[in-house]
Design a protein around this ligand. Structure first.
Ligand code: GLC
Length: 455
């Protein structure tokens, strides 16, 4: 992609192009990333402690859609905490009642006990408001906890590390189920955590409830991760029954923390250095909504410093880390007004740049486009990797995807499909169907709680 902005001198245009070019990912590079991804998947299946953790989820067997009953679900790890009551009706149908609660920045980095007490209070008020929880029988709950949990059973495991800006103390190396169950007990809330579920696994199960052929669950939102069905004969590190299929929570956002193949730019490095998990989750940091705005901000500031953008002056807002949200990039990318007035509004009214020229807005739009396009192209690699590893190239595959980036970011799906076609060929690509599985993880966690409470 070559950018040519009228009103800029050839030298200025060349500088803009240098920045934009840094985000270009060639077909060759996509193929290299995919190859390395397949190698790393294998390592994760073979032994503990690999970069991609490849965690057996203890969810085995496929959904039939005939599962029935009423269960609760919690969903922690995205923008909000969600508490849900799910009624599985069979025939692939369900109803859901849910309430969202904001998790404050303070709770995200404070003591884990406070976070658990907050969650327990939210559950308590949900039960009270909906007239639930009076029976002597405990309510069975599926806990979607969207962080890397090294599971030891369907409702046990330890937190490997925090991701996505959470950093509570007293949690790493501990079992989040036990900690939350303890808060429930202290507050006399009659709820039993029957299952702990990653959001990708919940998304896969939720979509499979209606479409049993679903093969992968993917989250492309605040964070980025995927799960898929694996034949446990292929999992060397697994010591349980090998003759079964199980959903694997890949934790693939951690891919390439060795920085072998991902095309890190100076802007990625700067963002990474300022994040709370330096040199971790590098794949996630190139794809997920939490990070794209910050990478863009770094690139824009480079152009400001070269005196090509905003006459060489930034603003207090733009200078602030994490101030440029990925949602702004979406708005800017869809701005088709002749004077890019929506872009102007974000820059002037939200980021407080005193005034912007049309050329400024065009530059900002080109940078947003480059960062968003790279995210979609890099996201295609893990799908190509899973299809290659599972020998599914050329077969029909349904991939359930949830998350704001996939749902709202302009052309994300189209760009990802294009990149996938470059990696695996158009014929194989045409067999892959991406489906939006909105808010699937609550439903999925309820289904898994149901399966778990039957055993
Ligand atoms: C992060 C978490 C992972 C989760 C993903 C999407 O990568 O580590 O568990 O699935 O975000 O929310």
């Amino acid at each position: 992609m070559v950018v040519s902005i009228p009103n800029l001198t050839p030298v200025q245009n060349a500088s803009v192009n240098t920045v934009v070019e840094r985000f270009n990912v060639s077909t060759d590079r996509l193929k290299k990333i995919t190859e390395q991804f397949v190698i790393e998947m294998r390592k994760g299946l073979d032994h503990q402690g690999a970069t991609i953790a490849m965690i057996p989820s203890f969810v085995s067997g496929r959904c039939t859609g005939e599962e029935k009953g009423t269960f609760m679900a919690l969903d922690l790890g995205g923008t909000n905490l969600r508490v849900c009551q799910v009624n599985l009706l069979g025939g692939g149908e369900h109803t859901i009642r849910q309430q969202k609660y904001v998790v404050s920045e303070e709770l995200k980095v404070g003591p884990m006990r406070n976070l658990c007490d907050f969650i327990a209070d939210c559950v308590d008020s949900f039960l009270t408001e909906n007239g639930l929880g009076d029976s002597n029988e405990p309510i069975q709950l599926g806990y979607t906890f969207s962080f890397p949990i090294l599971q030891t059973s369907i409702n046990r495991g330890v937190l490997k590390q925090w991701t996505k800006g959470f950093n509570c103390t007293g949690a790493v190396g501990k079992d989040p189920t036990i900690l939350l169950q303890d808060s429930f007990r202290r507050k006399n809330i009659n709820v039993n955590i029957a299952a702990i579920v990653n959001d990708t696994v919940g998304t896969l199960m939720a979509y499979a409830y209606k479409h049993p052929n679903t093969t992968m669950g993917v989250i492309m939102g605040t964070g980025f991760n995927a799960s898929y069905y694996e034949d446990m004969n292929n999992v060397k590190k697994w010591t349980g029954d090998k003759n079964q299929e199980m959903v694997i929570n890949m934790e693939c956002g951690a891919f390439d923390c060795e920085r072998r193949v991902l095309p890190m730019t100076v802007y990625d490095n700067k963002m990474d250095r300022e994040s709370i998990n330096v040199h971790q989750q590098l794949h996630e940091k190139m794809v997920a909504g939490m990070y794209l705005g910050e990478i863009t901000r770094n690139a824009l500031l480079d152009l400001v410093d070269q005196q090509i953008l905003f006459g060489g002056d930034s603003s207090k807002e733009l200078n602030k880390n994490w101030s440029f949200e990925t949602a702004y990039m979406s708005t800017i990318e869809v701005d088709e007004t002749s004077d890019l007035s929506d872009t102007g509004h974000i820059l002037e009214s939200v980021m407080n740049i005193p005034s912007t020229t049309l050329a400024d807005r065009q530059i900002v739009k080109a940078v947003c486009h480059a960062v968003g396009l790279r995210a979609a192209r890099i996201a295609a690699c893990h799908i190509a990797g899973v299809l290659t590893h599972t020998n599914k190239l050329g077969e029909e595959s349904i991939i359930a995807i949830d998350g704001s980036l996939f749902e709202f970011y302009p052309n994300f799906e189209k760009n990802m499909s294009q990149a996938l076609s470059e990696i695996i060929g158009e014929e194989s690509r045409s067999k892959v169907k991406f489906d939006l599985a909105r808010d699937g993880s609550g439903l999925g966690a309820a289904i898994i709680a149901m399966i778990a409470s039957k055993h």
